[in-house]
Design a protein around this ligand. Structure first.
Ligand code: BGC
Length: 777
């Protein structure tokens, strides 16, 4: 132990006191030992430092900061140095505000496109997620502060996020849900990690011995501090035993006392606490800022970098008859509320108060285009208005090209709630239908943090998805539309035609108590490619104003090289992607898997050689009985511009084992990725145990870990509690306040144990226990 001597001088109470926060955002200091307090603050795509009242749902304003594109957006850039730079800038802003731990990046896997926080996560693919999240961690930590990758692990949904038990088989856990975290830990050495609220295979993530002790600390060699998600502690002693050194926010000493009592009663070995204190002290002394220079931030420079990040992350989905880029002097009608009121970030704990905000309309007005006019077209949040629809339709008639700004509005994506569907609001769909009838040249500009159903895709000429492009998105989209910037973004997730095509659509968001990951490995493209299901836009897809040619592939050992040439007339960047495919695999396996990529910038006519290096691990699958192993035999090496556009193909022989597990012959449905209706027996076989009860036991007395939601099955008091909250939820929805409605809904899914924590001790644990006794009567 590094701080053995200091720890010896501390009382038991002092040591325990360090294991939880001082308040919402700070750790405790102990003056007599010179132990500093540090500040932790959100969030992934900018700094959310709250000067006044604190909360973890983005309710109270934070200090102005640069709002960069969210992770889902940045992921479309496939540009590691860009993501590093964004991390570096956010870290710089954090340091200048004396924030020692920045709570991000978020790198949960997009299991299902409905997850309300997907906009904060990178991809459906673990390799891409891990590569980009590692860069962000390195960038943040280059400022001498800590990044805090989150939420470890399998935080796949917002619905019931504090209690849901995510049931996932060990192979999918390793290959899909943990690979990104593993990469981050091994490649960028974060000083902290945030555990998630949910359970994983029966145990809360924060006290999960397997996730923390076996995997994170022992296998991967993590030597930092695990921080709970805010209010994510369940059993403090179990958490401590699973390496949760810091519980946030403050518990007003309640759980510190639990630690002291457990040691006094012989239920917890003091050496476990000492070790945790040692790890925490190592963090505090490494990232304290109270004794250091803060550094200056040039916010104008950061704004320009936010514009650049947005440009690189936009994905051109359609460009029929080269309608884009728009020529100078083109008469355009600008339609859609998003043109003037951009949607550029998501709601919840990641909500940034932007230092400055650009909007597309201002940029278009200053451009070389002739603006025929602007029409709002629709009301935000789905409100009906035939006047707006008619105004827009009549404006569209007068222009050569319609620039139509639509997207998911604020209520559709937020922390704490999942999306209900993948659709745009009905009033926006009606607007599109009306416009396509009167103008043949429609260019749709989409905003939103993820996949959207696009039923009109074949009836419009151009389409660009800006995702949630941060405070500089307005400037960036104008540059892309006018060809001042050649789009180079590629989708980091699959766009299904219909939500029902999604492999987990039948299982998501699960039952009352469990969410069964029956689709196993087959999420996103792993399913669509293997099961041969058509999609709207495939993984890795995105158009450019130029064209690229791939040639001369050579494989030398595990190094793959090829030439990439810009065959068009303008400069541009291409994301070359490498997938592997096992020929005649004997085991359950995705047809293609992304294993390497590079983004290459080329002048017209220029050729560059691209070299990508693979490792043995890239060919491996996880065998829970042993370890990572390679199936012997032939592998295809596929290089292309998306998972469906493969331009070069070679084979490679690998030596390994003849697999004895996950044999296709033993799992008939998984063998062919027929995963939408997996029978319980096949899932139990792959999970290796009987499935736990999926629903709540309505007759059981409610305890601290049960939710207010469950009170609806109890006596009149429970029903009253539940229905009053639901009443407010519907009320706020009805009066057009969906964000407030979301926050009310959040309360419904809160476990009772959280009431005393979130009321800052105003409602004591004793009172919550009393309430429970009444409800259970
Ligand atoms: C979120 C975390 C966030 C924390 C602090 C939680 O509700 O899940 O991502 O960092 O609040 O705001």
């Amino acid at each position: 132990m590094k701080y053995k001597d200091l720890i010896k001088q501390m009382t038991l109470e002092e040591k325990a006191s360090l294991m939880s926060g001082q308040n919402f955002w700070n750790t405790k200091a102990i003056e007599r030992h010179g132990i500093p307090s540090i500040m932790l603050t959100d969030g992934p795509h900018g700094l959310r430092k709250q000067g006044g009242k604190a909360d973890h749902l983005g309710l109270n304003k934070s200090l102005p900061a640069t709002c960069y594109p969210t992770a889902a957006t940045l992921a479309n850039s496939w540009d590691k140095s860009l993501v590093y730079n964004v991390g570096q800038d956010i870290g710089k802003e954090a340091r200048s505000e004396k924030v020692s731990v920045l709570l991000g990046p978020g790198l949960n896997i997009k299991r299902n496109p409905l997850c309300g926080r997907n906009f904060e996560y990178f991809s459906e693919d673990p390799y891409l997620t891990g590569e980009l999240a590692s860069e962000m961690v390195k960038g943040i930590q280059s400022n001498g502060i800590s990044a805090c990758p989150k939420h470890y692990a399998v935080n796949s949904q917002e619905h019931m996020r504090m209690t849901i038990d995510e049931i996932v088989d060990e192979r999918s856990l390793r290959e899909i849900y943990l690979t990104g975290f593993e990469k981050v830990v091994k490649e960028s050495k974060p000083y902290t990690m945030m555990s998630s609220y949910n359970k994983v295979n029966g145990e809360f993530a924060n006290e999960n011995q397997h996730l923390a002790n076996d995997i994170l600390y022992s296998e991967w060699g993590f030597d930092g501090v695990v921080v709970t998600d805010w209010g994510g502690n369940n059993d403090r002693i179990a958490g401590l035993k699973a390496h949760n050194q810091l519980e946030m926010p403050s518990t007003n000493g309640i759980t510190d006392k639990e630690i002291v009592d457990a040691i006094n009663k012989g239920k917890l070995d003091e050496s476990i606490l000492d070790k945790a204190v040692d790890q925490l002290l190592s963090l505090l002394y490494k990232v304290r800022l109270d004794d250091k220079e803060s550094g200056q931030v040039d916010y104008e420079d950061h704004h320009n970098k936010a514009v650049e990040a947005a440009r690189q992350s936009m994905v051109m989905l359609k460009n029929e008859k080269n309608i884009l880029p728009l020529k100078a002097g083109t008469k355009v009608a600008v339609i859609g509320d998003f043109a003037k009121n951009p949607r550029y970030q998501g709601a919840g704990s990641s909500l940034i108060n932007p230092y400055k905000l650009s909007n597309p309309f201002d940029g278009l007005q200053k451009s070389s285009l002739k603006i025929a006019g602007y029409a709002q077209g629709f009301k935000r949040m789905g409100g009906k208005s035939s006047t707006l629809l008619e105004e827009a339709t009549s404006l569209a008639k007068s222009a050569e090209v319609v620039l139509l700004f639509i997207g998911l509005d604020e209520s559709k994506e937020a922390e704490g709630v999942d999306r209900e569907d993948l659709k745009l609001a009905q009033n926006q769909l009606e607007l599109v239908e009306s416009l396509v009838k009167v103008n043949e040249n429609i260019v749709v500009v989409l905003s939103g943090g993820g996949a959207i159903e696009l039923p009109f895709a074949d009836r419009v000429q151009g389409m660009i998805h800006t995702y949630l492009s941060g405070q500089g998105g307005g400037e960036a989209i104008v540059d892309v539309l006018l060809g001042k910037y050649n789009p180079s973004g590629k989708l980091s997730e699959t766009f299904p035609i219909h939500y029902t095509d999604v492999p987990s659509s039948a299982y998501y968001p699960g039952h009352q108590a469990t969410s069964e990951h029956k689709e196993g490995l087959f999420i996103g493209y792993r399913y669509f490619e293997t099961a041969n299901v058509p999609v709207r836009y495939p993984f890795g897809y995105g158009l450019s104003y130029t064209t690229f040619d791939y040639s001369d592939m050579v494989i030398d050992g595990l190094t793959v090289s090829f030439n990439l040439t810009n065959t068009g007339e303008v400069a541009g960047a291409e994301v070359a992607q490498l997938y592997i495919e096992k020929v005649d695999s004997k085991i359950i396996r995705s047809k293609k898997e992304l294993k390497a990529f590079d983004k290459v910038y080329l002048e017209p006519g220029e050729t560059k050689q691209v070299t990508l290096t693979l490792t043995k691990r890239d060919f491996s699958y996880y065998n829970p009985e042993k370890d990572w192993e390679v199936e012997s035999g032939t592998y295809k090496i596929l290089v292309g511009s998306s998972i469906q556009e493969i331009h070069l193909e070679e084979t490679l022989e690998m030596e390994g084992v003849a697999p004895t597990v996950f044999l296709k012959t033993e799992f008939p449905n998984y063998a062919v990725a027929n995963v939408k209706q997996i029978p319980n027996s096949e899932f139990e076989k792959i999970v290796g145990r009987k499935l736990p009860p999926k629903n709540w036991d309505r007759h059981k007395d409610l305890g601290m870990n049960d939710t207010i939601n469950q009170a609806q099955y109890k006596n009149w008091l429970g029903k009253l509690l539940y229905h009053s909250i639901m009443f407010f939820h519907f009320f706020f929805k009805k009066i057009g306040k969906p964000l407030t409605a979301n926050n009310v809904y959040f309360v419904i899914n809160m476990p009772f144990r959280q009431i005393d924590r979130f009321s800052g001790g105003k409602v004591s644990k004793k009172n919550v226990e009393r309430l429970l006794r009444w409800i259970n009567r």
